[in-house]
Write a protein that binds this ligand. Structure first.
Ligand code: FUB
Length: 345
C-alpha cells in the first residue's frame, strides 16, 4: 500500500514510485486534478463519454481493514466529447444527505439509460452499516439524480455494474469481499459479521440479476457468477492472483461476454470469457497490472472503433483513498484475448 504524499514538484517530473520504491512513469495523466476521483464507470450516451466515478475526499476517518477511510459523500459526473478531449466536471449529481436510507460511504457507482431516463446505481452503507445498492433517476446523464426511498430489494454488497445486452436486457453485476461485505452473504441471506474467506475455501463469486423493465428492481433472484480456471474448476481463496475480489465489469466483443474484475489484495484487473451474461466465465488473463495505490478498478468502453480502459491510480496524492482517474487504449489480439496493460514505463 502506497501511503506517502508526493510534493507538486515531484509530480512535475511525471514519475512516481511504486510500493517497492521503484521509479515509474505513468503513461496517462489524471483526467482531472481539482478533485479526487476513482472507480470510473464510463458509458457512451448520445455520442459522448460520461464517467460515473467515486468522488474521493479526506474526511479524516481513520484507515482500517474495512476501508472506513473511503468515506465518500457524493457523486460528481464527468463528461468528455471523446476519450482524448477536455474533461467537464458537471458538479454534484447526488448527495448522501438526499438518500434517506443511507448511513455512510458512497462507493463505486454505475449508470444506465432506458427510454429517456438515466439511472444511477450506487452502493452505500445503510443506517445499520450494511452495504446496499440504491438507484436514482434523472432525465439528464449528468443529473441531478433523485434517489428512490429504499435500496433495491434483494441487493447487497458493493460495486454495481449494469450491462446492457444486444437484445436490450439489462443485467446488474455486483459484489466485493472484505470491506465490501460480500463474505457476509450466503444464499442471498445476511449472515452477520463474517470473517474474510480463508485459504483453501472456494473464493466468493460476483453476483448477477436481470433488471426489471422499470430498471429500479431485480427481475429475478440473485445468482452467483462462476469464474472457472482453464480446467473448469472454481478458484480457491489462496489463488488470489486470479480470484474475484471486487469491481466486476462486463462488456461484449465479437459475440463473447467479457467479465473483468479486480483481484483486490493482489491488485490485478483480470478477465474471463463466457457465452452469455450469466456465465460460466473462463479465466483468460490480466487486463491491467497493479496501479499505484491499493485499489484497482476500471471500466471498458468502445468509442469510434477503438476500445478504452478507464482506471485510476494515486499519482497525485500518493494516498490509497485519494485517487485520480485516467484513460488509455485497450487492444485485443486476433484470437480475442486482451493485450495486458502496464500503465507505467
Ligand atoms: O471506492 C471504494 C472502493 O474501492 C470501491 O467500491 C472498490 O471497488 C475499490 O475501488
Amino acid at each position: 500500500m502506497s501511503n506517502f504524499t508526493i510534493p507538486i514538484g515531484a509530480l512535475l517530473l511525471l514519475s512516481v514510485f511504486n510500493t517497492f520504491g521503484q521509479r515509474k512513469t505513468p503513461v496517462s495523466k489524471p483526467l482531472v486534478s481539482h478533485i479526487y476521483t476513482a472507480d470510473p464507470s464510463a458509458h457512451l450516451f448520445n455520442g459522448k463519454i460520461y464517467i460515473y466515478p467515486s468522488h474521493d475526499i479526506d474526511t479524516g476517518t481513520k484507515e482500517d481493514d474495512e476501508g472506513g477511510h473511503f468515506d465518500m459523500k457524493d457523486y460528481r459526473i464527468l463528461s468528455m466529447d471523446s476519450p482524448k478531449s477536455k474533461v467537464r466536471d458537471n458538479g454534484i449529481a447526488l448527495d448522501i444527505k438526499n438518500v434517506k436510507w443511507a448511513g455512510r460511504q458512497m462507493w463505486a457507482p454505475d449508470a444506465a439509460y432506458k427510454n429517456g431516463t438515466y439511472y444511477l446505481y450506487f452502493p452505500v452503507k445503510d443506517k445499520e452499516d450494511i452495504f446496499r445498492i440504491g438507484v436514482a433517476t434523472s432525465k439528464s446523464p449528468i443529473g441531478p439524480f433523485k434517489a428512490e426511498l429504499e435500496p433495491i430489494k434483494g441487493t447487497y454488497s458493493i460495486d454495481p455494474a449494469v450491462f446492457k445486452d444486444s437484445d436490450g436486457n439489462h443485467y446488474m453485476y455486483f459484489g466485493g469481499i472484505w470491506g465490501g461485505q460480500l463474505q457476509r452473504w450466503k444464499d442471498n441471506l445476511y449472515q452477520g459479521k463474517t470473517e474474510n474467506p480463508k485459504k483453501g475455501e472456494v473464493a466468493r463469486l460476483p453476483r448477477i440479476a436481470k433488471l426489471s423493465a422499470d430498471m429500479k428492481s431485480l427481475a429475478e433472484e440473485v445468482k452467483e457468477v462462476k469464474i472457472l480456471d482453464e480446467k473448469g474448476n472454481l478458484f480457491t481463496e489462496d489463488n488470489n492472483e486470479k480470484r474475484f475480489f471486487e469491481a466486476a465489469w462486463v462488456h461484449k466483443y465479437k459475440g463473447k461476454y467479457y467479465l473483468s474484475y479486480s483481484t483486490g489484495d493482489t491488485h490485478n484487473i483480470c478477465y474471463a470469457i463466457g457465452d452469455n451474461p450469466y456465465g460460466p466465465f473462463t479465466f483468460k488473463g490480466i487486463v491491467l497490472k497493479p496501479v499505484l495505490g491499493w485499489t484497482n478498478h476500471h471500466s471498458i468502453v468502445d468509442f469510434k472503433g477503438k476500445t478504452y480502459l478507464y482506471y485510476h491510480d494515486t499519482e497525485i496524492s500518493g494516498k490509497t483513498h485519494l485517487r485520480n482517474i485516467k484513460v488509455t487504449e485497450l487492444k485485443y489480439n486476433i484470437d480475442g484475448t486482451i493485450q495486458t496493460l502496464d500503465v507505467y514505463k
